[in-house]
Ligand binder design. Sequence first.
Ligand code: DAH
Length: 350
Amino acid sequence: MALDQFVSALDSMLQEACASLLEVQSSEALEQLRVRYTGAKSGALKSVQKMLGSIDVKDKPAAGKKFNEVRDSIEAALADASQRLGVGSSKQASGVSFDPTLPGLRPRLGTIHPITQTLEHLKEIMGRLGFNVTEGPEIEDQWHNFVALNIPEDHPARDPLDNFYLATAKSALPRSSGSNQVPEACLLRSQTSTVQIRVMETQPLPLRIISLGRVYRPDAPDATHFPMFHQMEGLWVDRNVTMAQLKSVLRLFATSYLGGDVSIRFRPSFFPFTEPSVEVDYWWNGQWVEFGGAGMVDPNVFHSVGIDPEAWSGFAFGLGVERLCMRRFGITDIRDLYRSDVRFLSQFAT
Ligand code: DAH
């Protein structure tokens, strides 16, 4: 392409652009002009720039210089027009008005965490079975977490490696609720069974309570373990409470929460605070998954809170809330519940 042809193409483009930009009346029209002349894909400047390749080598510097001048002039004219129309500044020029028909910005609403939803749902089901909700502290003394639950000093469950004992100044520690008066180390409770003791110490019989909350164990996180999780504790103390009632309550609970077609089984087990004891499993994805322990309150536990085991009997259970929640929502990795990733969590909005 000859240089003079190139120059006159640029000149007429500049003329046309300046004329249109002087007349432009709205920010929409201005935006169209901006795209027409300086658009990165098919703007007029872009097309002319491509012609640069076919200019004779000796004319290239002059052509390049001319191209730059025209581009700068068009950009300056665009800037003038923007200023005149008030585009990009808060002051709207006459003729450019706020468009009330545009859709507004939707506020992003939070959703309820699946574990919170589960806690509420479990309370509601157990409430229908006559259980009252009670709360207990997450920082416990050894009396409530172990001693009163018939877990003696040398029991492996009290190992410092299996518990979060708190390194608190000795003077700040509460006196043990047991007979000795020496201050003792507190810990983050490892089970909600602590609340059984607190309730039996303070409330009159008969009792039918549940308590839901966090428990802590120094487990390495994996798909089924996390150092903090939730349990639902249950306790029913009355005259003549039986193992048959325990099994009925847990079955009713499981079918209410997991659906009528859920298979559950009871396996003989051992806990220091119940005799006999069972573990409870549900069937999921081709295997039995344990979701809690239960049993008849051990007479030693009744003794520790001053209840006569000849006159009263009771059953207790402790269920893993995450295990229940995960099965219901189809969550396969417990860690997903605690990554605080709203993209994951908001899937379970109700
Ligand atoms: N506290 C037990 C645990 O964390 C669960 C448990 C078992 C609770 C039997 C109970 C019970 O109340 O009776 O593994």
